[in-house]
Design a protein around this ligand. Sequence first.
Ligand SMILES: [Zn+2]
Length: 421
Amino acid sequence: MSYLLKNATLPNGSKTDLAIQDGHFVATSSLVKGHLVIDLAGKQVLPGLVDLHTHLREPGFEESETVATGSLSAVRGGFTAISAMANTSPVADTAGVVEQVYRLGQAAGLCDVFPIGAVTQGLNGQTLSEIGAMADSAARVRVFSDDGKCVFDPLIMRRALEYVKKFDGVIAQHAQEPLLTQDAQMNEGEMSAQLGLKGWPAVAEEAIIARDVLLAEHTKSRLHICHLTTAGGVEIIRWAKARGIQVTAEVTPHHLLLTDDYVKNYDPIFKVNPPLRLESDVLALRAGLADGTIDIVATDHAPHSSESKDCEWSVASFGMVGLETALSIVIKTMVETGAMNYEDVAQRLSITPARIARYENHGQPLEVGSVANLTVVDTAAKWVVDRDLMSTRSKNTPFHGFELPGVVTHTFCNGKLVFGE
Ligand SMILES: [Zn+2]
């Protein structure tokens, strides 16, 4: 199928017609007859969104999400590439498992699913996994992470950083000092004291970030910090970048909007790892994202069945779904506040994440010759989040009932219309 998209507004604000044929953007004059015409007057187009942090739960936890249901959720949210985290069962720590996830993504046929490989075997934190075999596999893994757990041992972290340099890979760290966060349930502060819940100090995140940027400097390797949540963490990343260290960082949509105030009714929908922090942290994260200290937004889409969320706070699972609300939260917190424009949105949600993970066909300019990965958004429209209407298999969104700006109307992946009509 070929398409002529009329009157599209590009990230820089200019208006144009875009033609898609055989998977690529082509000159409108070279479109063969029989193409579908879609009028995008008033709509914003963006390079297809790229998520570096997605929990798809397959293999092992298919009751919460599968690669197929996660892919559908992704394209509804405007994503054309997602990165499947390794904490499945079995763990994605061998070429066999990453190839399985990669093929499940191809079979779903909606967006590109790129597996992330585990840093250590079974996420045990002690023995390096088959990093080279995963890099050489059909899935060509370039991002490695024990996400859900921190690579705590500094010697293992150093070796992992050294190893991935050979093929231009990157280690994505879930920065959480385990001894400082034992049994932690929420941010450590006034609210945790009031609620009688064990707190999780900001220093537990910042201490690992500080250690790891120094290890990245020492090894001259690439480090990516997952889901930054504290003002102090932003300062460390800013310092490291000024020093020339190859570090990148992500923030989640929920940490750009929500604070630990939401925890006050003990509703586990707001239980997440790392935890919701303070208003001052939220403001520092927004400022860091706006000035580029924080490179990207990543969802940390973490589906959980209702049994593991509809229970007492202390036993509930950590995590929130996020693929279908991410872009709207970014528009609400960053664009509507004047902190970012749509060129910045394209940079933080597509171009830079694709560059960090080396996803070659994503985050490319919307011009003739590029693979047609494209998201169309009606930025003037608003919608009310209804968890029962979402495509993800799990319902654990903290935004149920929120009115949000920005409706994704079409998603094209590799030249194919995968969402919208
Ligand atoms: Zn994590």
